[in-house]
Design a protein around this ligand. Structure first.
Ligand code: ADP
Length: 355
C-alpha cells in the first residue's frame, strides 16, 4: 500500500485560475518524491493541498490508507518546511524547535529530549540559545528542519527549502538533507524548480507542466527515457539538442542534408518528428568521414567546466540555430571560430512525434 497517494487532485482558485488539473501519483513509505517543473506549473499548490493549507477542488489525498481531504492541517500528521523558513523571530532556536511540541502540550522532559536529539542530528546544539537574526542562512535552514523533525511526522513537505542559500551551501545541504531523510526514513515530498536538486535528491521525480503531470519515474528513467520533448528539455545541461525533421525511406531521419539511421523507429515514413540528441551523445567526427549524419558548424562558445567542456556550434538544422556538444578531456579542444564536425553516437537519441 502506498504511504501517500494523490488521486486526480485538482485545484481551481476562486479567481478562476486552473492551477492543478488532475495530478495522480503514489509514494511508498520513506520514499523521496521531488515535484519539479517551471515556475507557475502548480507545484506549490499541490504541496499546499497535501498540507491542508489549500482546499482541493477535486480528487483525493490519501495518507496511510486514509483520505485526509477533510482533516485540518494539524490533524494530518505532516510537517512542512518553507522557502523562507518561517521562524519566530522573538523565540530562541530552542523555542522555535520546541514550538510544535509545546502547542501539543507535550511534557517538558519529552520536549527537551526531542529538541536535543534534533539539534544533535543537525549539529546546531551550540546555537540553541540564539535568536534567528543571529544565525546565517544555512543555520536558519537547519532550525526549520529541526522544527519539522521533532514532530516525527508521517510525511515531510518541503517547498524550495534551499533556494535562499548560496550555491556552495546549497550543494552541501542537498547532500545533508538527502542523508537525513534516509536516516529518518520519513516519506518526503519536495518541491523545486531546480533540475539538479530533482536529479540528485529524488528517488522518484514527478515532472509537472501547466498544472498537469508530464512524467513520473526515477531520475534515471526521466533522463534516459523522457516521455515528451518538454521533459527532455527540462532535464539536462546544456539543454538537449532538438532537430525537427521527417521520417524518410529505409528508417532514416532526415533534416536537410542531415540523415541519421534510426534502428527501429516508431513513426511511419513521411511523419513529422523531432529528434532529441543529448550534448554528451555527440562525438567529434573522424577526419574525412562522409557519413550523412555528420554535422558541421562554427564554434561559437566554449564553457570549460574542468573535467568536461561544453562546446556550442552554429547549425541551421537545430532549434535556436545551434548545437551543444559535451567534449571530454581526451578530445582536442577547438577554438572559437573553428569549424567542428560532429556525429551522433548510437545512444542518447530520442525521437518524438511532432504532436
Ligand atoms: P509553482 O509552485 O509551480 O511555481 P504555484 O502552485 O505557486 O506554481 O501556482 C500555480 C498557478 O496558480 C499559477 O498560475 C499561479 O499564478 C496560480 N496561483 C497560485 N496561488 C494562487 C492564489 N492564491 N490565487 C489564485 N491563483 C493562484
Amino acid at each position: 500500500m502506498p504511504h501517500l497517494e494523490l488521486r486526480n487532485l485538482e485545484k481551481q482558485y476562486a479567481s478562476g485560475s486552473d492551477a492543478v488539473k488532475g495530478i495522480s501519483f503514489a509514494a511508498g513509505k520513506g520514499e523521496f518524491v521531488v515535484l519539479v517543473g517551471p515556475s507557475g506549473c502548480g507545484k506549490s499548490t499541490t504541496l499546499r493541498m497535501i498540507a491542508g493549507l489549500e482546499e482541493a477542488t477535486g480528487g483525493d489525498i490519501i495518507i496511510n490508507g486514509k483520505r485526509v481531504n477533510d482533516l485540518a492541517p494539524k490533524d494530518r500528521d505532516i510537517a512542512m518546511v518553507f522557502q523562507n523558513y518561517a521562524l519566530y523571530p522573538h523565540l530562541t532556536v530552542y523555542e522555535n524547535i520546541a514550538f510544535p511540541l509545546a502547542i501539543r502540550k507535550e511534557q517538558k522532559s519529552t520536549i527537551e529530549a526531542a529538541v536535543h536529539s534534533a539539534a544533535n542530528l543537525l549539529s546546531i546544539t551550540k546555537l540553541l540559545e540564539r535568536k534567528p537574526k543571529e544565525l546565517s542562512g544555512g543555520e536558519r535552514q537547519r532550525v526549520a528542519l529541526g522544527r519539522a523533525i521533532v514532530r516525527s511526522p508521517q510525511v515531510f513537505l518541503f517547498d524550495e527549502p534551499l533556494s535562499n542559500l548560496d550555491a556552495a551551501l546549497r550543494t552541501e545541504m542537498r547532500a545533508e538533507l538527502k542523508s537525513l531523510q534516509r536516516r529518518l526514513g520519513t516519506t518526503m515530498v519536495y518541491v523545486t524548480h531546480d533540475q539538479t536538486e530533482a536529479m540528485t535528491m529524488g528517488d522518484t521525480i514527478v515532472v509537472m507542466n501547466s498544472g498537469k503531470l508530464e512524467q513520473v519515474g526515477t531520475p534515471r528513467a526521466i533522463y534516459d527515457e523522457p516521455a515528451s520533448p518538454f521533459v527532455a528539455r527540462f532535464l539536462g545541461t546544456p539543454t538537449i539538442n532538438m532537430i525537427a525533421g521527417k521520417m524518410a525511406a529505409d528508417s532514416y531521419f532526415e533534416a536537410g542534408n542531415f540523415r541519421l539511421y534510426i534502428p527501429s523507429p516508431q513513426f511511419a515514413e513521411g511523419s513529422d518528428v523531432l529528434l532529441g540528441i543529448r550534448p554528451e551523445a555527440f562525438a567529434v567526427a573522424s577526419a574525412g568521414s562522409t557519413d550523412s549524419s555528420v554535422v558541421s558548424g562554427t564554434v561559437e562558445l566554449l564553457e570549460r567546466l574542468g573535467g568536461v567542456t561544453n562546446c556550442y556550434i552554429t547549425s541551421p538544422i537545430a532549434e535556436r540555430g545551434r548545437i551543444a556538444i559535451t567534449l571530454s578531456d581526451s578530445d582536442a579542444l577547438p577554438a572559437i571560430g573553428d569549424e567542428l564536425r560532429i556525429i551522433p553516437r548510437s545512444q542518447g537519441l530520442h525521437l518524438f512525434g511532432k504532436k
